[in-house]
Design a protein around this ligand. Structure first.
Ligand code: MUC
Ligand code: MG
Length: 372
């Protein structure tokens, strides 16, 4: 007998960040996540998360638009359908909606969580099996203050919580940014990897000048220095410099991946389940990158525990990623809406080994932080 999707609830949850998180396009003091609760006729509930950054400053989807699109279009297309055929359900969603990758990712995640619980296996097992149970996790230094960033990094290194650090730059003059990076790298030395994320803030000319200087001060990786759609420019920068270029906003899915590869891009790809409309799309992009010899990085849209653990299940199925992961989102928030937070240790995080995603909602906390 088939199991049907009975209802799907969507909630906007606002959680404060532990400190201001300054990116080139926005400063975050709160993270707003759309939480999906998918109820099936066998009594099983699947959880998913649709999260973006800085309202509309980062991309075309906001938490509010995601919720409206889910409630008005995507959820009605799934209610009453067989919950166990995820490929059919995702094809159904693609037929009625162009794009909306973040919203679709939350639904695919919830379907996988429910199916894993139903079959008694983890989401990683459903996706072919985990090859790793502990994954490295980077931390982003983005307080906006160099001394505070150095202090933060030193204490995280001492705790053995993180040893790779990403610095958010691009909002200030290049010279100011370069000296910020140089001071942090000099303070941490070889004990840490220091990388930057420009979030598209430069044009190609500025990038050429800035990357040369960043390479000089010991920066290990340059993420999305120029606008997302300038694939030819990303390819040129990757050829010009020894320091690798990481495509993030520029590589949402396999179509972008193919375009970059065809143009000769030789850097690395940041995978995000939300960009690729869910775990399966992220896996497909990873396989494309593997075929082209492109290194991988497990990226985040600063999701909370549900979105972060969903991505970890995917990353665990892949060969070890050249640049590790940045699934630190829950640690940037003052509280959590799940009962058992993820376990961060030894410069990484443990993959839960229980059926589904391995997280359970704390109903009191969920009520407390749900937007009314
Ligand atoms: C991004 O563009 O990479 C990931 C970590 C972080 O601090 O911001 C995000 C988004
Ligand atoms: Mg990025």
């Amino acid at each position: 007998m088939s199991v049907l999707i009975e209802s799907i609830e969507t909630l906007v949850v606002d959680l404060p960040t532990i400190r201001p998180h300054k990116l080139s396009m926005a400063t975050m003091a709160t993270q707003s996540m759309v939480i999906v609760r998918l109820h099936c006729s066998d009594g099983i509930e699947g959880l998913g998360e649709a999260t973006t950054i800085g309202g509309l400053a980062y991309g075309p989807e906001s938490p509010e638009s995601i919720k409206v699109n889910l409630d008005t279009y995507l959820v009605p297309a799934l209610v009453g359908q067989d919950a166990s055929n995820i490929n059919m359900l995702m094809a159904r969603l693609d037929k009625i909606s162009q794009g909306n990758a973040i919203a679709k990712s939350s639904l695919e995640t919830a379907l996988l969580d429910a199916q894993g619980k139903r079959l008694g296996v983890s989401v990683a097992a459903l996706l072919g099996g985990a090859r790793q149970s502990h994954l490295p996790v980077l931390w982003t230094l983005a307080s906006g203050d160099t001394d505070r960033d150095i202090e933060e990094a030193k204490s995280l290194l001492a705790e053995r919580r993180h040893r790779d650090f990403k610095l958010k730059i691009g909002a200030r003059d290049v010279d100011v940014d370069v000296s910020h990076v140089a001071r942090i790298k000099a303070a941490l030395g070889d004990s840490a990897s220091v990388r930057v994320d420009v979030n598209q803030a430069w044009d190609e000319r500025t990038a050429v000048h800035a990357i040369a200087a960043l390479q000089e001060v010991g920066c290990d990786l340059i993420e999305q220095p120029i606008p997302a759609r300038n694939h030819a420019g990303l390819a040129r920068l990757s050829e010009r410099f020894e320091v690798p270029i990481l495509a993030d906003e520029g590589v949402q899915d396999c179509i972008d991946g193919l375009s970059l590869i065809k143009k000769g891009f030789s850097g690395a790809f940041a995978l995000k389940i939300a960009k690729s409309r869910g775990p399966f799309g992220a896996q497909r992009l990873a396989h494309l990158a593997g075929a082209a010899g492109i290194g991988l990085y497990g990226g985040t849209l600063l999701e909370g525990s549900i979105g972060s653990v969903a991505a970890l299940h995917v990353w665990a199925t892949l060969p070890e990623m050249a640049w590790g992961t940045e699934m630190f989102g829950p640690l940037l928030l003052t509280d959590d809406i799940v009962k058992q937070p993820l376990r961060y240790m030894e410069f990484g995080v443990k993959l839960p080994q229980v059926p589904g995603l391995g997280v359970e909602l704390d109903e009191d906390k969920l009520r407390e932080y749900t937007r009314r």
